[in-house]
Design a protein around this ligand. Structure first.
Ligand SMILES: [Zn+2]
Length: 455
Protein backbone atom coordinates (compact mmCIF):
# COMPACT_ATOMS: atom_id res chain seq x y z
CA UNK A 1 0.00 0.00 0.00
CA UNK A 2 1.13 3.54 -0.64
CA UNK A 3 0.05 6.82 0.96
CA UNK A 4 0.65 10.22 -0.66
CA UNK A 5 -0.05 13.64 0.81
CA UNK A 6 -1.49 16.33 -1.48
CA UNK A 7 -2.50 18.95 1.10
CA UNK A 8 -2.62 19.66 4.85
CA UNK A 9 0.96 18.40 4.99
CA UNK A 10 2.99 20.64 7.32
CA UNK A 11 0.04 23.08 7.27
CA UNK A 12 -3.56 23.11 8.49
CA UNK A 13 -5.69 23.39 5.36
CA UNK A 14 -6.04 21.62 1.99
CA UNK A 15 -6.71 18.11 3.38
CA UNK A 16 -6.18 15.59 0.54
CA UNK A 17 -4.48 12.20 0.91
CA UNK A 18 -4.23 9.40 -1.65
CA UNK A 19 -4.20 5.69 -0.80
CA UNK A 20 -3.08 3.14 -3.39
CA UNK A 21 -3.68 -0.55 -2.73
CA UNK A 22 -4.37 -3.95 -4.29
CA UNK A 23 -7.64 -5.84 -4.03
CA UNK A 24 -7.76 -9.59 -3.30
CA UNK A 25 -7.41 -10.32 -7.06
CA UNK A 26 -4.22 -8.29 -7.19
CA UNK A 27 -5.81 -5.40 -9.11
CA UNK A 28 -4.55 -1.89 -8.18
CA UNK A 29 -6.92 0.82 -6.85
CA UNK A 30 -6.50 4.48 -5.85
CA UNK A 31 -8.80 6.47 -3.57
CA UNK A 32 -8.69 9.87 -1.87
CA UNK A 33 -9.41 10.83 1.71
CA UNK A 34 -10.87 14.39 1.42
CA UNK A 35 -10.26 16.90 -1.34
CA UNK A 36 -10.05 20.17 0.56
CA UNK A 37 -9.19 23.74 -0.23
CA UNK A 38 -6.13 25.63 0.99
CA UNK A 39 -7.41 28.54 3.08
CA UNK A 40 -6.08 31.65 4.77
CA UNK A 41 -4.77 33.12 1.53
CA UNK A 42 -6.40 34.94 -1.35
CA UNK A 43 -7.42 32.90 -4.32
CA UNK A 44 -5.10 34.94 -6.54
CA UNK A 45 -1.96 32.91 -7.18
CA UNK A 46 -3.21 30.45 -4.60
CA UNK A 47 -1.94 26.93 -4.01
CA UNK A 48 -5.45 25.77 -4.96
CA UNK A 49 -4.64 26.59 -8.58
CA UNK A 50 -1.59 24.27 -8.58
CA UNK A 51 -1.79 20.76 -10.03
CA UNK A 52 -3.02 18.04 -7.66
CA UNK A 53 0.12 15.94 -8.15
CA UNK A 54 -1.85 12.96 -9.50
CA UNK A 55 -4.16 12.15 -12.40
CA UNK A 56 -7.72 13.00 -11.28
CA UNK A 57 -9.25 10.54 -13.74
CA UNK A 58 -7.26 7.67 -12.18
CA UNK A 59 -8.91 8.17 -8.75
CA UNK A 60 -11.78 5.71 -8.31
CA UNK A 61 -13.54 7.16 -5.27
CA UNK A 62 -13.28 9.96 -2.70
CA UNK A 63 -14.16 9.50 0.98
CA UNK A 64 -15.06 12.78 2.70
CA UNK A 65 -14.53 13.14 6.46
CA UNK A 66 -16.72 16.22 7.04
CA UNK A 67 -18.23 19.29 5.37
CA UNK A 68 -15.63 22.02 6.11
CA UNK A 69 -14.15 23.70 3.01
CA UNK A 70 -10.60 22.70 3.90
CA UNK A 71 -11.79 19.08 3.50
CA UNK A 72 -14.19 19.45 0.54
CA UNK A 73 -13.27 22.66 -1.34
CA UNK A 74 -11.31 21.14 -4.26
CA UNK A 75 -13.93 18.47 -5.12
CA UNK A 76 -15.35 20.50 -8.06
CA UNK A 77 -11.78 21.01 -9.36
CA UNK A 78 -11.26 17.23 -9.18
CA UNK A 79 -14.43 16.69 -11.21
CA UNK A 80 -13.40 19.41 -13.67
CA UNK A 81 -10.10 17.53 -14.19
CA UNK A 82 -11.81 14.24 -15.02
CA UNK A 83 -12.74 12.44 -11.79
CA UNK A 84 -15.96 10.47 -12.42
CA UNK A 85 -16.18 8.13 -9.41
CA UNK A 86 -18.42 8.19 -6.36
CA UNK A 87 -17.89 10.73 -3.56
CA UNK A 88 -18.83 9.03 -0.30
CA UNK A 89 -19.95 10.95 2.80
CA UNK A 90 -22.39 10.34 5.64
CA UNK A 91 -25.94 11.59 5.11
CA UNK A 92 -25.91 14.70 7.37
CA UNK A 93 -22.64 15.80 5.75
CA UNK A 94 -24.18 16.21 2.27
CA UNK A 95 -26.38 19.31 2.83
CA UNK A 96 -23.76 21.04 4.97
CA UNK A 97 -21.03 20.36 2.39
CA UNK A 98 -23.22 21.86 -0.33
CA UNK A 99 -23.80 24.97 1.78
CA UNK A 100 -20.07 25.31 2.44
CA UNK A 101 -19.05 24.82 -1.20
CA UNK A 102 -21.64 27.26 -2.55
CA UNK A 103 -20.40 29.87 -0.08
CA UNK A 104 -16.75 29.15 -0.99
CA UNK A 105 -17.63 29.48 -4.69
CA UNK A 106 -19.07 32.98 -4.24
CA UNK A 107 -16.09 34.16 -2.17
CA UNK A 108 -13.69 32.66 -4.72
CA UNK A 109 -15.50 34.30 -7.64
CA UNK A 110 -15.36 37.73 -5.97
CA UNK A 111 -11.66 37.39 -5.15
CA UNK A 112 -10.78 36.14 -8.62
CA UNK A 113 -12.55 39.12 -10.16
CA UNK A 114 -10.61 41.52 -7.95
CA UNK A 115 -7.20 40.19 -8.96
CA UNK A 116 -8.04 39.09 -12.50
CA UNK A 117 -7.07 35.51 -11.71
CA UNK A 118 -8.83 32.45 -13.08
CA UNK A 119 -11.41 30.66 -10.93
CA UNK A 120 -10.76 27.17 -9.64
CA UNK A 121 -13.97 25.77 -11.11
CA UNK A 122 -17.39 26.87 -12.35
CA UNK A 123 -20.81 26.37 -10.77
CA UNK A 124 -21.51 23.49 -13.17
CA UNK A 125 -18.47 21.61 -11.82
CA UNK A 126 -19.85 22.05 -8.31
CA UNK A 127 -23.23 20.69 -9.38
CA UNK A 128 -21.53 17.81 -11.20
CA UNK A 129 -19.59 16.96 -8.02
CA UNK A 130 -22.81 16.71 -6.01
CA UNK A 131 -24.34 14.48 -8.67
CA UNK A 132 -21.48 12.06 -7.86
CA UNK A 133 -22.16 12.05 -4.10
CA UNK A 134 -23.26 8.76 -2.55
CA UNK A 135 -24.50 9.08 1.02
CA UNK A 136 -23.70 6.31 3.49
CA UNK A 137 -24.51 5.62 7.11
CA UNK A 138 -22.08 5.32 9.99
CA UNK A 139 -20.74 1.74 10.31
CA UNK A 140 -22.04 0.72 6.88
CA UNK A 141 -19.49 -1.56 5.17
CA UNK A 142 -18.71 -0.01 1.80
CA UNK A 143 -17.35 -3.00 -0.16
CA UNK A 144 -15.29 -0.90 -2.48
CA UNK A 145 -13.51 -3.74 -4.34
CA UNK A 146 -12.90 -7.45 -3.61
CA UNK A 147 -11.14 -7.50 -0.23
CA UNK A 148 -11.32 -3.70 0.29
CA UNK A 149 -13.85 -2.37 2.82
CA UNK A 150 -14.36 1.22 3.95
CA UNK A 151 -16.28 2.25 7.11
CA UNK A 152 -17.24 5.71 8.47
CA UNK A 153 -17.11 6.26 12.27
CA UNK A 154 -18.30 9.18 14.46
CA UNK A 155 -15.55 11.81 14.92
CA UNK A 156 -17.50 14.23 17.17
CA UNK A 157 -16.13 17.33 15.38
CA UNK A 158 -19.26 18.80 13.70
CA UNK A 159 -22.60 17.37 12.58
CA UNK A 160 -21.82 14.76 9.92
CA UNK A 161 -18.13 14.36 10.80
CA UNK A 162 -16.38 11.02 10.49
CA UNK A 163 -13.10 9.30 10.72
CA UNK A 164 -12.67 6.66 8.07
CA UNK A 165 -11.14 3.18 8.19
CA UNK A 166 -10.01 1.13 5.19
CA UNK A 167 -9.28 -2.59 5.40
CA UNK A 168 -7.11 -3.83 2.53
CA UNK A 169 -4.09 -6.12 2.00
CA UNK A 170 -4.53 -7.44 5.54
CA UNK A 171 -4.01 -4.00 7.09
CA UNK A 172 -6.28 -1.34 8.54
CA UNK A 173 -5.58 2.28 7.61
CA UNK A 174 -7.46 4.97 9.55
CA UNK A 175 -7.84 8.60 8.48
CA UNK A 176 -8.85 10.85 11.39
CA UNK A 177 -10.45 13.74 9.48
CA UNK A 178 -10.85 16.28 12.29
CA UNK A 179 -11.33 14.84 15.77
CA UNK A 180 -13.66 16.76 18.08
CA UNK A 181 -13.23 18.09 21.56
CA UNK A 182 -14.43 16.14 24.63
CA UNK A 183 -17.88 16.77 26.16
CA UNK A 184 -19.26 18.99 23.40
CA UNK A 185 -22.86 19.58 24.53
CA UNK A 186 -24.61 18.66 21.28
CA UNK A 187 -22.32 16.09 19.65
CA UNK A 188 -21.84 12.37 20.25
CA UNK A 189 -18.42 11.38 21.57
CA UNK A 190 -15.61 10.38 19.19
CA UNK A 191 -15.68 6.61 18.71
CA UNK A 192 -12.52 4.81 19.81
CA UNK A 193 -10.36 3.28 17.07
CA UNK A 194 -9.65 -0.39 17.05
CA UNK A 195 -6.93 -2.50 15.47
CA UNK A 196 -5.51 0.29 13.34
CA UNK A 197 -2.14 -0.47 11.73
CA UNK A 198 -1.57 2.95 10.20
CA UNK A 199 -3.24 6.22 11.23
CA UNK A 200 -3.24 9.54 9.37
CA UNK A 201 -3.97 11.88 12.25
CA UNK A 202 -4.82 15.59 12.45
CA UNK A 203 -2.69 17.68 14.80
CA UNK A 204 -4.29 21.16 14.84
CA UNK A 205 -4.02 21.44 18.64
CA UNK A 206 -1.59 18.56 19.14
CA UNK A 207 0.70 20.97 20.99
CA UNK A 208 -1.72 22.32 23.59
CA UNK A 209 -4.37 21.64 26.19
CA UNK A 210 -7.79 23.34 26.08
CA UNK A 211 -9.36 25.14 29.00
CA UNK A 212 -12.11 23.07 30.63
CA UNK A 213 -15.67 23.12 29.25
CA UNK A 214 -17.05 24.56 32.50
CA UNK A 215 -14.99 27.74 31.93
CA UNK A 216 -16.91 28.39 28.75
CA UNK A 217 -20.33 28.32 30.42
CA UNK A 218 -19.01 30.58 33.19
CA UNK A 219 -17.67 33.17 30.76
CA UNK A 220 -20.82 33.09 28.66
CA UNK A 221 -23.01 33.51 31.76
CA UNK A 222 -20.89 36.39 33.00
CA UNK A 223 -21.11 38.20 29.63
CA UNK A 224 -24.90 37.77 29.39
CA UNK A 225 -25.41 38.89 32.98
CA UNK A 226 -23.31 41.99 32.37
CA UNK A 227 -25.24 43.15 29.30
CA UNK A 228 -28.57 42.57 31.06
CA UNK A 229 -27.39 44.69 33.97
CA UNK A 230 -25.90 47.44 31.83
CA UNK A 231 -28.58 47.25 29.14
CA UNK A 232 -25.90 46.58 26.56
CA UNK A 233 -25.41 44.53 23.41
CA UNK A 234 -23.51 41.25 23.34
CA UNK A 235 -21.91 40.58 19.94
CA UNK A 236 -20.65 37.07 19.21
CA UNK A 237 -18.96 36.55 15.83
CA UNK A 238 -19.45 32.88 15.04
CA UNK A 239 -18.67 30.30 12.40
CA UNK A 240 -21.89 29.08 10.78
CA UNK A 241 -21.45 25.38 11.30
CA UNK A 242 -21.30 23.85 14.76
CA UNK A 243 -20.19 26.79 16.86
CA UNK A 244 -23.36 28.74 16.16
CA UNK A 245 -25.54 25.75 17.08
CA UNK A 246 -23.53 24.97 20.22
CA UNK A 247 -23.88 28.61 21.23
CA UNK A 248 -27.64 28.64 20.67
CA UNK A 249 -27.99 25.52 22.77
CA UNK A 250 -25.85 26.89 25.58
CA UNK A 251 -27.40 30.36 25.61
CA UNK A 252 -30.89 28.88 25.67
CA UNK A 253 -29.95 26.65 28.58
CA UNK A 254 -28.39 29.54 30.51
CA UNK A 255 -31.36 31.85 29.93
CA UNK A 256 -33.90 29.21 30.85
CA UNK A 257 -32.32 27.51 33.80
CA UNK A 258 -29.95 29.97 35.25
CA UNK A 259 -30.85 33.53 34.43
CA UNK A 260 -34.61 33.06 34.04
CA UNK A 261 -34.92 35.74 31.41
CA UNK A 262 -35.85 35.90 27.73
CA UNK A 263 -33.79 38.63 26.14
CA UNK A 264 -33.82 38.55 22.33
CA UNK A 265 -31.12 36.63 20.48
CA UNK A 266 -30.58 37.58 16.84
CA UNK A 267 -29.07 35.01 14.52
CA UNK A 268 -27.90 37.43 11.83
CA UNK A 269 -26.17 35.24 9.24
CA UNK A 270 -27.94 33.67 6.25
CA UNK A 271 -25.45 30.79 6.16
CA UNK A 272 -25.77 30.08 9.89
CA UNK A 273 -29.58 30.18 9.57
CA UNK A 274 -29.42 27.61 6.75
CA UNK A 275 -26.94 25.45 8.66
CA UNK A 276 -29.13 25.58 11.78
CA UNK A 277 -32.07 24.33 9.70
CA UNK A 278 -29.94 21.31 8.73
CA UNK A 279 -29.03 20.74 12.39
CA UNK A 280 -32.75 20.69 13.20
CA UNK A 281 -33.43 18.27 10.37
CA UNK A 282 -30.69 15.84 11.41
CA UNK A 283 -31.11 16.13 15.16
CA UNK A 284 -31.13 12.33 15.48
CA UNK A 285 -27.36 12.52 14.79
CA UNK A 286 -26.84 14.91 17.70
CA UNK A 287 -26.67 14.27 21.41
CA UNK A 288 -28.46 16.56 23.83
CA UNK A 289 -28.26 16.79 27.57
CA UNK A 290 -31.82 15.54 28.05
CA UNK A 291 -31.60 15.78 31.80
CA UNK A 292 -32.10 19.53 31.39
CA UNK A 293 -34.30 19.42 28.31
CA UNK A 294 -36.93 16.90 29.27
CA UNK A 295 -39.17 17.05 26.20
CA UNK A 296 -37.72 14.49 23.75
CA UNK A 297 -39.41 16.14 20.75
CA UNK A 298 -38.19 19.59 21.58
CA UNK A 299 -36.28 21.41 18.86
CA UNK A 300 -33.18 22.50 20.71
CA UNK A 301 -32.35 25.31 18.31
CA UNK A 302 -35.71 27.08 18.35
CA UNK A 303 -36.93 29.08 21.27
CA UNK A 304 -39.38 31.97 21.45
CA UNK A 305 -36.77 34.71 21.89
CA UNK A 306 -34.63 33.58 18.93
CA UNK A 307 -34.99 35.84 15.87
CA UNK A 308 -33.51 34.66 12.59
CA UNK A 309 -32.84 37.62 10.30
CA UNK A 310 -32.41 36.16 6.84
CA UNK A 311 -32.86 39.29 4.71
CA UNK A 312 -30.92 42.54 4.81
CA UNK A 313 -34.12 44.42 5.73
CA UNK A 314 -34.68 42.12 8.73
CA UNK A 315 -31.04 42.50 9.71
CA UNK A 316 -31.34 46.31 9.73
CA UNK A 317 -34.29 46.10 12.11
CA UNK A 318 -31.97 44.71 14.80
CA UNK A 319 -30.73 48.29 15.26
CA UNK A 320 -34.17 49.39 16.40
CA UNK A 321 -34.50 46.77 19.14
CA UNK A 322 -33.91 48.24 22.58
CA UNK A 323 -30.99 46.60 24.48
CA UNK A 324 -30.21 44.27 26.14
CA UNK A 325 -29.86 41.97 23.15
CA UNK A 326 -27.52 39.27 21.87
CA UNK A 327 -26.34 39.25 18.24
CA UNK A 328 -24.67 36.20 16.69
CA UNK A 329 -23.34 37.04 13.23
CA UNK A 330 -20.63 36.04 10.77
CA UNK A 331 -17.89 36.07 9.83
CA UNK A 332 -16.20 34.28 12.68
CA UNK A 333 -12.90 36.14 12.14
CA UNK A 334 -14.56 39.51 11.57
CA UNK A 335 -13.12 39.66 8.06
CA UNK A 336 -16.45 40.54 6.45
CA UNK A 337 -20.14 39.72 6.75
CA UNK A 338 -22.90 41.30 8.80
CA UNK A 339 -20.93 41.38 12.05
CA UNK A 340 -18.97 44.34 10.62
CA UNK A 341 -22.06 46.60 10.71
CA UNK A 342 -22.71 45.68 14.33
CA UNK A 343 -19.05 46.33 15.23
CA UNK A 344 -19.25 49.84 13.76
CA UNK A 345 -22.41 50.55 15.75
CA UNK A 346 -21.61 48.96 19.11
CA UNK A 347 -17.80 48.87 19.58
CA UNK A 348 -17.81 52.57 20.64
CA UNK A 349 -20.42 51.80 23.32
CA UNK A 350 -18.95 51.03 26.75
CA UNK A 351 -21.99 49.00 27.82
CA UNK A 352 -21.54 46.57 24.95
CA UNK A 353 -19.44 43.45 24.79
CA UNK A 354 -17.66 41.48 22.13
CA UNK A 355 -17.14 37.81 22.90
CA UNK A 356 -14.57 36.06 20.68
CA UNK A 357 -15.05 32.31 20.55
CA UNK A 358 -12.86 31.15 17.67
CA UNK A 359 -9.37 31.28 16.25
CA UNK A 360 -8.50 34.72 14.80
CA UNK A 361 -6.02 34.64 11.91
CA UNK A 362 -3.22 37.19 11.51
CA UNK A 363 -4.29 40.24 9.53
CA UNK A 364 -7.99 40.10 10.46
CA UNK A 365 -9.85 42.78 12.41
CA UNK A 366 -10.78 39.98 14.82
CA UNK A 367 -7.12 39.41 15.60
CA UNK A 368 -6.55 43.13 16.26
CA UNK A 369 -9.51 43.30 18.61
CA UNK A 370 -8.42 40.07 20.33
CA UNK A 371 -5.02 41.67 20.92
CA UNK A 372 -6.64 44.73 22.53
CA UNK A 373 -6.73 47.36 19.75
CA UNK A 374 -8.40 50.58 20.92
CA UNK A 375 -9.27 51.69 17.41
CA UNK A 376 -9.97 49.68 14.24
CA UNK A 377 -10.74 50.66 10.66
CA UNK A 378 -13.93 49.13 9.23
CA UNK A 379 -15.22 49.96 5.73
CA UNK A 380 -12.94 53.02 5.66
CA UNK A 381 -14.25 54.30 8.97
CA UNK A 382 -12.24 54.71 12.18
CA UNK A 383 -14.09 52.95 14.99
CA UNK A 384 -13.18 53.57 18.64
CA UNK A 385 -13.31 50.52 20.90
CA UNK A 386 -14.98 51.21 24.24
CA UNK A 387 -16.88 47.91 24.41
CA UNK A 388 -15.38 45.14 26.54
CA UNK A 389 -13.63 42.48 24.49
CA UNK A 390 -13.10 38.97 25.87
CA UNK A 391 -12.40 35.49 24.49
CA UNK A 392 -13.43 31.92 25.25
CA UNK A 393 -10.96 29.24 24.15
CA UNK A 394 -13.04 26.16 24.95
CA UNK A 395 -15.29 26.58 21.92
CA UNK A 396 -12.59 24.98 19.77
CA UNK A 397 -14.00 22.20 17.63
CA UNK A 398 -10.72 20.29 17.72
CA UNK A 399 -9.30 17.74 20.13
CA UNK A 400 -6.29 18.82 22.16
CA UNK A 401 -3.08 16.89 22.84
CA UNK A 402 -4.63 14.76 25.60
CA UNK A 403 -7.71 13.80 23.65
CA UNK A 404 -5.76 12.90 20.49
CA UNK A 405 -3.29 10.80 22.50
CA UNK A 406 -6.16 8.95 24.17
CA UNK A 407 -7.84 8.36 20.82
CA UNK A 408 -4.61 6.93 19.40
CA UNK A 409 -4.29 4.58 22.40
CA UNK A 410 -7.24 2.19 21.88
CA UNK A 411 -8.79 0.11 24.65
CA UNK A 412 -7.89 -3.10 22.81
CA UNK A 413 -4.25 -2.20 23.47
CA UNK A 414 -3.11 -2.26 19.87
CA UNK A 415 -1.01 0.85 19.26
CA UNK A 416 -0.83 1.84 15.57
CA UNK A 417 2.44 0.73 13.93
CA UNK A 418 2.80 3.99 12.05
CA UNK A 419 1.27 7.43 12.54
CA UNK A 420 1.38 10.22 9.95
CA UNK A 421 0.66 13.68 11.34
CA UNK A 422 -1.23 16.07 9.06
CA UNK A 423 -3.50 19.13 9.43
CA UNK A 424 -1.36 21.20 11.80
CA UNK A 425 1.18 24.02 11.83
CA UNK A 426 4.77 22.70 11.59
CA UNK A 427 5.42 23.68 15.21
CA UNK A 428 2.28 21.85 16.49
CA UNK A 429 3.20 18.75 14.52
CA UNK A 430 6.79 18.59 15.77
CA UNK A 431 5.75 19.01 19.41
CA UNK A 432 3.01 16.40 19.03
CA UNK A 433 5.27 13.97 17.09
CA UNK A 434 7.88 14.06 19.86
CA UNK A 435 5.17 13.59 22.49
CA UNK A 436 3.66 10.58 20.66
CA UNK A 437 7.00 8.87 20.02
CA UNK A 438 7.63 9.11 23.74
CA UNK A 439 4.10 8.25 24.97
CA UNK A 440 3.25 5.45 22.50
CA UNK A 441 6.71 4.25 21.46
CA UNK A 442 5.67 4.06 17.81
CA UNK A 443 6.86 5.44 14.47
CA UNK A 444 5.60 8.98 13.85
CA UNK A 445 6.14 10.76 10.53
CA UNK A 446 5.42 14.38 9.61
CA UNK A 447 5.05 13.98 5.83
CA UNK A 448 6.06 16.63 3.27
CA UNK A 449 3.59 18.08 0.77
CA UNK A 450 3.42 15.80 -2.30
CA UNK A 451 5.47 13.04 -0.63
CA UNK A 452 4.68 9.29 -0.97
CA UNK A 453 5.25 6.57 1.61
CA UNK A 454 5.08 2.76 1.39
CA UNK A 455 3.12 1.36 4.31
ZN1 LIG B 1 -13.02 20.68 10.36
Amino acid sequence: MKLSFHGAAREVTGSCHRLEMLDSDGKPHAILFDCGMFQGEHMCGSKNLQAFGFDASAIEAVFISHPHADHTGRLPKLVKEGFRGPIYMVEPCVGLAKLVLEDAYHIMKEEAQKCGSSVLYELEDLEAAFAQVTSVTYHEHVEFAPGITVVFHEAGHVLGSSYISVDAEGQRVVFSGDIGNDDVPILPATEPISHADVVICESTYGHREHEPMSTRSDKLREAIKAIIKERGVLMIPAFSIERTQELLYEINRLLLQDLHTKIPIYLDSPMAIKATALYRHFKQFLKFDTSVMDDPDKDFFSFPNLRETLTVAESKLINDAVPPKIIIAGSGMMSGGRIMHHLIRYLPNKNSRLLIIGYQAQGTIGRRLYEGAKRVRIFGEDVEVHAQVSAIGAFSAHADMNKLTRWLTPEDGKIPRKIFLVHGDPEAKEVFATHLRHALGTEVTVPEYQSSHEI
